[in-house]
Design a protein around this ligand. Structure first.
Ligand code: FPP
Length: 222
């Protein structure tokens, strides 16, 4: 079971409390850790978290820098716990443009946690669904390949072995995909939760999983 999450509403959560937006992200990162634990308890073995999109560069530099620093410090602080729990961490996105320190942590955390077998946590960083598809196409052209099918195309995605999400959850009430996992969500169920990400609770995850199990997935069949 692969659950992909668009963790939206950190900024609005902070604003409603008269706090700077970065406080929302700080709370959001803590919530991400909790959700990983809840998801593991509930039998989810893949979880993807949209932490920074290719469009997020448009934000003020202070906020962008804060998000990268948060990624670095969060990963460094949590890696031992994740290893103890059998969690493998994979980072997914475009490396180009990311600060050197972020790239170092990217490689380091993947190496450190590569033996985790209980669950895989994918952190999407400098990720865009269109960018991923274009990067795949350009690699295919570079390899001199003239024709691909779905199976061979998949091998060129950032994490080829990542199964398609069964369920996509987006918080904050917005009903958009915002360029997340475009190729992979072709048949995913979508569940939207009205709460802002920092307010997301275990009961919301349970609700989303129940909603998923109620829906009949036919993959285009009857
Ligand atoms: C969307 O809220 C959230 C983001 C762009 C960043 C998400 C990042 C985290 C939760 C922290 C990093 C996570 C890890 C796993 C290290 P928004 O800022 O768009 O909120 P708004 O729509 O209310 O402004």
């Amino acid at each position: 079971m692969h659950v992909a999450i668009i963790m939206d509403g950190n900024g609005r959560w902070a604003k409603e409390r008269g706090l700077p937006r970065i406080e929302g992200h700080r709370k959001g990162a803590e919530k991400a850790e909790k959700v990983v634990e809840w998801a593991a308890d509930l039998g989810v073995n893949y979880i993807s978290l949209y932490a920074f999109s290719t469009e997020n560069w448009k934000r003020p530099w202070d906020e962008v820098r804060f998000l990268f620093n948060l990624f670095v410090s969060f990963v460094k602080r949590k890696v031992q716990k994740m290893k103890d729990k059998g969690v493998r961490i994979k980072i997914m996105g475009r490396r180009e443009g990311l600060p050197e320190e972020v790239l170092e942590v990217w490689d380091w955390v993947e190496k450190e946690t590569k033996n985790g077998e209980r669950m895989t946590v994918v952190i999407a960083l400098n990720y865009g669904g269109r960018a991923e598809i274009l990067d795949a196409v350009n690699k295919i052209l570079k390899d001199g390949i003239e024709k691909v099918d779905e199976e061979s195309f998949r091998k060129y995605l950032y994490i080829p072995e990542l199964p398609d999400p069964d369920l996509v959850i987006r918080t904050s009430g917005e009903m958009r995909i915002s360029n997340f996992l475009l190729w992979q969500i072709a048949y995913s169920e979508l569940v939207f939760i009205k709460k802002y990400w920092p307010d997301f609770e275990k009961e919301d995850l349970i609700y989303a999983l129940e909603e998923f199990s109620k829906r009949q997935r036919r993959f285009g069949g009857i």
